[in-house]
Ligand binder design. Structure first.
Ligand SMILES: [Zn+2]
Length: 491
């Protein structure tokens, strides 16, 4: 009975496809013979009438749907007209993105780490140029070859660094007294504490993960692709770059002090940073050789703090195979201790911004995807930062500098997701539609060589040159023509 039903479906699919193909052929045949066909079927300009064009489009849609019946394709026709409408950020920053950013950095130099006003050494001619070196930060999880969303974030970071450097040099060149602007570089931090797919487990509703750095071979499987991209962008922009991993991040000199604040306020911060579990997602991998499991959300962590003056906090972590293990923290903890720690994305985000605000020797600008803009940052970053500044006086009067790179979205407006791509079958259609190179640098490079990245770099450079364009999304269809085919859109 089951076999019969199956055969009927297949037959129906095939006959449906044949019927759709015949309909389209019937409409196309007169078009193919336009130069010979009867004059009555054409308009005076030689084009088929409007109603006929509509029927042709409809027939193309029908054929696409029936082409592979068990995986229908939907046509997405458009007129190819590109608009960059104003509104919100596009309106506010349409003339200039770099100038307001530099002014904000100069403003920071008038404040100490605890928000007091200080007298900074002024540049000659009162130039609005910062004195401190500028670092443009971006991050990446090295769990596959970078897709075009990641390439765009990297290109944006280098393009902004280049624009800042060039603007400062232009300003300095106009000064009466020689002045050397500060250096600008890009720093990419790899989240090598992200979970490796298939290495985690769940016991009684508690999740455990094994991270890239604790899984032999995993962390290095894709990092070569990232370095390849970064080296090219650095060469084209003339902006140097450095890379870091999570142990570098947790070795920051301010980390013991910041962790102390987070742990002391863990009940409030846990609810803010992890609405689902209400706990601070601090982790440390099990130290037993070959294990490396870490409890993902910090739900089983125990915190014990000795009273002042010698305040030490012991965090007891839990491994499902080897039981508890501890890490003792104090304000004098060396990097060798704190570098073992890991945190989830919102906790890293907060710690990073706090550390950047406390640094009065360098400026830090973060570049990240626009999916983090809005409520995410307001809830998980700015509110905790405001509370921290009010409670401790640290970072008072200052906020992080963050630029959001345009999202790459699919036909429905959803962002092109790396994790969906990594999951088998997530974007099967991209290969069929010729857009697979947008989902993997390795595929793009094999097809187009470094020219594929050069096209992304050129496109992002256009956005930075006309900042209306960084306050919108770009579709896979748009980028297919620009990046895969090497042709631009009129706009
Ligand atoms: Zn273990």
């Amino acid at each position: 009975m089951t076999e019969d039903t199956s055969r009927v479906d297949v037959t129906s699919g095939i006959s449906g496809r044949a019927s759709a193909a015949r309909d389209l052929i019937a409409l196309l045949t007169p078009l193919a013979n336009l130069d010979e066909g009867p004059v009555s079927s054409r308009q005076s300009d030689g084009n088929p009438p409007f109603s006929e064009r509509c029927r042709i489009l409809s027939a193309i849609e029908s054929l696409l749907l029936a082409l592979v019946p068990d995986q229908p394709l939907y046509a997405a026709f458009h007129d190819g007209k590109v608009h960059d409408p104003l509104g919100g950020g596009a309106y506010a920053f349409r003339e200039d993105l770099v100038g307001p950013l530099l002014a904000a950095l100069v403003h920071d130099e008038d404040l100490s780490a605890d928000g007091d006003s200080i007298s900074r050494p002024k540049a000659p001619d009162a130039l609005d140029i910062p004195n401190r070196p500028i670092v443009i930060h971006a991050g990446a999880q090295p769990n596959n070859s970078p897709h075009c969303g990641t390439l765009i974030v990297f290109c944006y970071a280098f393009a902004v660094a280049q624009a800042i450097r060039d603007r400062m040099h232009a300003m300095a060149a106009g000064a009466k007294v020689a002045f050397q602007p500060p250096p600008v570089r890009v720093e990419i931090t790899f989240v090598d504490t992200a979970p490796v797919s298939g290495e985690g487990l769940e016991i009684n509703g508690v999740h455990y993960q094994r991270s890239y750095r604790d899984t032999p071979g995993a962390a290095t499987a894709w990092t070569g692709d990232y370095h390849e991209v970064l080296t090219l962008l650095s060469r084209w922009s003339g902006v140097p770059f450095t890379t870091a991993v999570q142990s570098d991040f947790f070795s920051n000199a301010a980390m013991p002090q910041l962790l102390d604040y987070l742990i002391t306020n863990r009940h409030t911060l846990g609810r803010q940073l992890s609405p689902k579990h209400g706990t601070l997602a601090l982790r440390a991998a099990c130290p037993v050789p070959g294990c490396g499991l870490a409890e993902k959300h910090g739900r089983l962590n125990q915190y014990d703090t000795t009273p002042p003056p010698s305040t030490t906090t012991t965090i007891t972590f839990y491994c499902p195979h080897h039981g508890p293990h501890t890490l003792a923290l104090s304000n004098a903890s060396p990097p060798a201790v704190t570098r073992r720690l890991e945190a989830n994305a919102p906790t890293r985000n907060l710690l990073r911004s706090m550390a950047h605000l406390l640094d009065t020797t360098r400026h830090h600008i973060r570049v990240t995807g626009a999916d983090y803009a809005g409520s995410y940052q307001e809830t998980m970053l700015y509110r905790p930062l405001a509370e921290w500044a009010a409670a401790t006086g640290l970072g008072r009067g200052r906020t992080p500098h963050i630029l959001y790179a345009p999202l790459v979205v699919d036909w429905s407006g959803a962002k092109l997701s790396k994790s969906l791509y990594v999951r088998e079958g997530g974007y099967d259609g991209m290969e069929l539609l010729g857009t697979e190179g947008l989902a993997s640098w390795r595929v793009l490079r094999d097809a187009e060589g470094e020219e594929g990245l050069r096209r992304v770099w050129g496109e992002v450079g256009r956005w930075v040159g006309d900042p209306r364009r960084v306050f919108r999304c770009f579709s896979v269809e748009y980028l297919r023509r620009v990046v895969v085919e090497g042709r631009g859109w009129e706009g």
